[in-house]
Ligand binder design. Sequence first.
Ligand code: GLY
Length: 360
Amino acid sequence: MNKINRREFLKTTALTGAAAATINRLPVLLIPGDIFAATPLSMSANKPIAISSGNGTKALELAMSIIKDGKDALDAVIAGVNLVEDDPNDMSVGYGGLPNEEGIVELDAAVMHGPSYRAGSVAALRNIKNPSKVARLVLERSDHVLLVGEGALKFAKIHGFKEENLLTEKAREAWLKWKENLNKEDDWLPPHTIEETDIGQIYEKYLRHYGTIHMSALDMNGNLSCVTTTSGLSFKIPGRVGDSPIIGAGLYCDNEVGSAGSTGRGEANLLNCSSVMIVEWMRQGKSPEEACLLACKRVNERCREKRLQDAQGRFKHGVTFYAINKRGEYSGAGIFSGGTYLIHDGTEVKRKDCAYLFKR
Ligand code: GLY
């Protein structure tokens, strides 16, 4: 059930026919032995590159300038996304992000450093507008990888972060509008079967979204790092954690191979651990585009709940994947056409169309 139509896939994907055919023959599940059999992409591009979600133009410009100063990719990607975390007009990340269902902004973020194979993340962090910086501190100044909620906040304060109200007037008004229009389609679901369709998650009506920024970069020394940061699903149940702070789901990098991350419906990605899968598919020789499309295919095929599918049985929510490899090749991909991502190739930021499984 719910298989991608092969003809549709071949017709609509941006891949060449041969590459697409290779993708369709691939098993969706990774066979553990393949990890060890695969050849790492040890050749570095020798030129810097950075990729981000579509809300990262300025972030990429800053990140690339830092990379060109010879700094580490981790410094660059975090400084880049800090711009978006600080921007009150981006209502999907950091300060000004849309709050949870109680009107409180809770942020998730994670970072991963290729050269040292370390990661840090925070989830459901309140009152600190730069969760990516706190995630970096978890990496550098603790023996842990993921801190959540009150513990993450205490950790941030111990390291000198000041609490502030992250709810802007614009976000508060948007939240109030949503709350005033509550009905049976909220996140609190009664007992139900996977066959039911008229239940939960009416996104378009209330402008709910999963906006997020991901950035991966390859620095002048051929080292990779990445970051993903978000205020998560708007109006979520307090305590809800998405994919962004989960290493392997919202981001993953391997300094020998490549780096990947995601935006969009975190629940789908949490169930598929797409970022680590994308990196492992690249290790096995897939291009970033092929690997991102395999992740889309896996999300689509594994969805069994009718309420999350369109009339053709396709996963109807947005997920977008971003990947760069050690050679400086890159791509973004989503399940449906129409998505874009940004790339900075060392000269300028360019907006590119995402590859996709299905034409909208
Ligand atoms: N991908 C962001 C989230 O689901 O929270």
